[in-house]
Design a binder for this molecule. Structure first.
Ligand code: FES
Length: 99
């Protein structure tokens, strides 16, 4: 994205997620699920995970994987990243639950 495309928009960086010394729940989930190894991809992964959950409180594994596809991780194999995001899913607020 070009900087000019963000003119007038709110920009949140990974540093802006933690508040008052407390990690954001997405950051906590990545730590507790071992979804962080070298950390190179982590800021992008966490920001994308937050975006996914903000747009859909109950994303499926397929949705998570397809939305994370542009973020490359050479350490984790993605399983723990997907598990971290799924751990934050709130089914009651998510999509219609077909029975
Ligand atoms: S944790 Fe190393 S590249 Fe993702």
């Amino acid at each position: 994205m070009l900087a000019v495309q963000a003119e007038g928009k709110e920009i949140i960086t990974i540093e802006g997620l933690a508040a008052n010394g407390q990690l954001n729940p997405v950051q906590e989930a990545f730590v507790s699920h071992g979804a962080i190894q070298c950390g190179y991809c982590t800021p992008g992964m966490i920001m994308m995970a937050k975006s996914i959950l903000d747009q859909n409180p109950d994303p499926s594994e397929d949705e998570i994987r397809s939305r994370l596809i542009g973020n490359l991780c050479r350490c984790t194999g993605y399983e723990k990243i997907v598990q971290a995001v799924r751990s934050l899913a709130r089914p009651a607020e998510g999509r219609y639950q077909h029975e």
